[in-house]
Design a protein around this ligand. Structure first.
Ligand code: ADP
Length: 405
């Protein structure tokens, strides 16, 4: 019987999943889906790789509260779909691996306890990631569970890029720059290696522009600096997050505006960015279509912050050979790519507008001093690949049986 691995990306309002059939050395996507409306009216949807809906189900609002109750129907659906013994492992997106975890880790009680200690570093993400781990552990203790970290790809950044200018005691206690979106960047580095092997060894900036947005400067396919740092709040302006702001603003909000810590946290994570500036939406599509001048102001600031940060990372790299756009906005918003490229004309960037409008992979002109590419990211595929690798290392016999049968 074919074996399968499940990937889970558990957040506060949704759990995204993907299901892969394990081959001897590769894995094939069988289904993608989501449990959404958590805390309101949960809905479970599973789709085939071509988007056809395989299963769609809703619960009564109060019926499902815990991650265990939410994941139970998904695991039951997988059993009904693939058979009793098909699922062998679950790979989780875990946002923070701290200083300890540089690569995907098999989750056991010791690892879980270490990951719990990192909750204060990522209070809005880590608890949900770990709740899914605990739920799977309780529903299916037989499954191998693997944690893949958003921070791990940046672990090798030079010390100077990891340090914050704080007293050493704070740095020693873990208050330093970690960086995020690492699972996406690792996938994109692999794709660039396949698409343009020589270019991938050069000075590259990857732009992961989704609801969360960041940049990563790479040399030889490795992160040497990135725009997010201690938390996923830093760097670029995002859908609802502020990105870099003067820390004095945080003090002012508390001292002069009377906001308590929880209110400031909510403001910075949920009410800022595209939503805060436009007062309309955090969704780039709505802003691009809007004729409200506040939408234009929000887009202008979004682009300005990207361009400014690309300038800083280009200085860190000592020049730029390639710029790669990815994630929802990077892959689909041709107008944003075009505006960023125009503002980088001083670097010799020249966008081929026709190729850009067609969302082609290469969108720079042959004359451009910097290659500009659009590459779709796939964090689930990366998590599945790591999980399968640990699965194969743990149970080579299981994989051997699969190859023989
Ligand atoms: P997440 O970080 O939640 O995974 P995504 O990578 O899916 O987010 O990106 C979501 C963003 O991508 C939203 O701002 C959305 O408006 C934007 N987006 C998706 N498709 C388009 C499009 N065709 N044009 C402009 N923006 C788009």
């Amino acid at each position: 019987m074919p074996k399968a691995v499940l990937t889970l990306n558990a957040g506060s309002s949704s759990i995204k999943f993907a299901l892969y059939e394990l081959g001897h050395s590769t894995q094939r996507l069988i289904s993608r889906g989501m449990i959404e409306g958590i805390g309101e009216a949960p809905r479970f949807t599973a789709c085939a790789p071509d988007g056809a809906v395989l299963e769609s189900r809703a619960w009564q609002p109060a019926a499902a509260a815990s991650h265990e109750q939410l994941l139970q129907p998904l695991l039951a659906w997988i059993t009904a779909h693939l058979g009793d013994e098909a699922l062998v492992a679950v790979g989780h997106r875990v946002v923070h691996g701290g200083a300890l975890f540089h690569s995907p880790a098999r989750i056991d009680p010791t690892v879980l306890a270490e990951l719990e200690k990192l909750v204060p570093l990522a209070p809005l993400h880590q608890p949900h990631n770990l709740a899914a781990v605990k739920a799977v552990g309780s529903l299916r203790p037989d499954l191998l569970q693997v944690a893949c970290f958003d921070t791990a790809f940046h672990h090798g950044m030079p010390a100077v890029a990891q340090r914050l200018p704080l007293p050493r005691s704070y740095t020693d206690a873990g208050v330093r720059r970690y960086g995020f979106h690492g699972i996406s960047y690792e996938y994109l580095a692999g794709r660039l290696r396949a698409l343009a092997p020589t270019l991938s060894k050069g000075r590259v900036i990857m732009a992961h522009l989704g609801n969360g947005a960041s940049l990563c400067a790479m040399r030889h396919g490795r992160s040497i600096d990135t725009s997010m740092s201690f938390t996923a709040l830093d760097g670029l302006m995002m859908g609802t997050r502020c990105g870099s702001i003067d820390p004095g603003v945080v003090l002012y909000l508390q001292n002069a505006c009377g906001l308590d810590v929880a209110a400031v946290e909510h403001l910075l994570y949920h009410d800022c960015g595209l939503l805060g500036v436009s007062g309309i939406s955090n969704d780039m599509r709505s802003l691009v279509e809007s004729e409200d001048p506040r939408a234009r102001e929000a887009i202008d600031l979004f682009v300005y912050r990207i361009v400014k940060e690309i300038g800083a990372l280009t200085a860190v790299l000592g020049g730029l050979d390639a710029l790669v756009f990815s994630a929802g906005i990077g892959e689909h918003a041709a107008c944003i790519r075009s505006e960023v490229c125009d503002a980088l004309a001083w670097l010799g960037v020249e966008c081929d507008e026709l190729a850009n409008d067609r969302h082609e992979t290469s969108i720079s002109t042959p004359r451009s001093a910097v290659r500009v590419l659009v590459v779709a990211t796939d964090e689930e595929a990366m998590i599945a690949a790591h999980t399968a690798e640990l699965m194969r290392a743990r149970s080579p016999l299981l994989m051997e049986e699969r190859r023989v049968s």
